[in-house]
Design a protein around this ligand. Sequence first.
Ligand SMILES: *[C@@H]1O[C@H](CO)[C@@H](O)[C@H](O)[C@H]1NC(C)=O
Ligand SMILES: *[C@@H]1O[C@H](CO)[C@@H](O)[C@H](O)[C@H]1NC(C)=O
Length: 483
Amino acid sequence: MAPSTPTATLHRHHSNFPTIRSTVSCLFLSLLFIYILYYSTVPFEPVPIIKTTINDCQVDPNHRLQTNTSNTALKHIAFGIAASASLWRTRKEYLKLWWRRGETRGAVWLDRQVRTAPDENLPDIHISKGTSKFQYVNPNGDRSAIRISRVVSETLRLGMEDIRWFVMGDDDTVFIVENLVRVLSKYDHNEFYYIGTTSESHFQNMLFSYGMAFGGGGFAISYPLAVELEKMQDRCLRRYPGYYGSDDRMHACMSELNVPLTKEPGFHQYDVHGNLLGLLAAHPVTPLVSLHHLDVVDPIFPGMSRAQGVKHLLESAKYDSASIIQQSICYDKKRKWSILVSWGFAIQIVRGILSPRELETPTRTFLNWHKRLDYTAYSFNTRPVARNPCQKPFVYYMNSTKFDKGRGKIIGIYTLHKERYPYCKWDMELPATIDRIVVLKKEDSNRWDKAPRKDCCRVLPANNKAVLYLWVGNCQTNEVIEL
Ligand SMILES: *[C@@H]1O[C@H](CO)[C@@H](O)[C@H](O)[C@H]1NC(C)=O
Ligand SMILES: *[C@@H]1O[C@H](CO)[C@@H](O)[C@H](O)[C@H]1NC(C)=O
């Protein structure tokens, strides 16, 4: 949990929601009203009343034609980034990795003025309005949660034109913007949408909600919903002074607006510690939209700083953002190895044949937010890194990604990360004889317009014993992952 940006953590909340009494009296008045209405009209013309009601409820078939149907693009998104002056110096480095001045739109919201060089690739900086008129009584959290939960409304009030979506993120959230656009394009921005995802931690989801978008992973609110939210948010916030963070407050207001969470599993809160390899290498078959809590986990590429690691991953994304970290599975039939590709990021070779069903389950290289290495702790299935010491994976991290004009393919070079391996008495070729893996792939920018499917992977013939050549791409008819 970023101390500056209290999104969710593990504390219970108390609300001072209007009492039962006022609800009952409201109900009584409504019933009385319906009663009067009914008996004042029924004696004269009972049938048309019912008919009119039914007609009013029917969907206007032309409704969709009236909406703006041009494709959603990056320029239609207004980002609202929650930041704090105290951590700005380090956190802005994450923002610089994905922000594209002149292309991305929106603002960073800070609690007080900071210094930045005018040529830095950063969003416009705004100072949030004071929140002293709001009560905050949670003993564990920080009252900046109120300020942060108002970022969407404050961004709306900037009055930017031609905006379809407001996307909220923390200062340590990294967006893969092309994929954010791909995901949001699936939805009609003229409707009310609250899009994001829950935490990886089952415990966090129990304490907060399986229906809440965790703020650090980022979430999106459609324009008309942001308009409705802005009108009621300050009243709404006053009803939940005991809540912990900004995202549980947002969720409470969404509930008052009757809007449920639309889950998109490409947003990532990453409430974990340790090594993200297991999670990233078994990403769900959906575009990678965001990464978060990068200060808490190990650098995603060993030997690099955290920011460098993300920058390195984004290098691959430049060539095929839609496919970044997508998983493919194949086997080296001769040598009896299982090969797990996470495109643009890492490749793992495991001795022996593991089924695709097992390989696609994340390995527990990471620790739960509540620091236990335990299969019950997550809101999805996991598996141990190796069930047998011989099956500890040999990990090859992406060294470079380039486009080869001659072949019309993206060439990725992956090099072995040298580690200690436990003693293994299997009489089987050691993957470490391979020190480099070369992966060929075509760009596939339209893959998410189709039904989700993983790419196939094939081992290509090679003369050099120290190099493994792989092809990754759309599966052919009858192409199955089998031995
Ligand atoms: C529809 O969207 C396009 C592209 O953003 C914009 O130029 C146009 O003005 C919009 N039209 C309407 C009717 O809102
Ligand atoms: C890529 O490999 C070369 C040669 O082994 C090495 O010098 C370089 O540091 C590697 N770069 C990265 C980013 O891993």
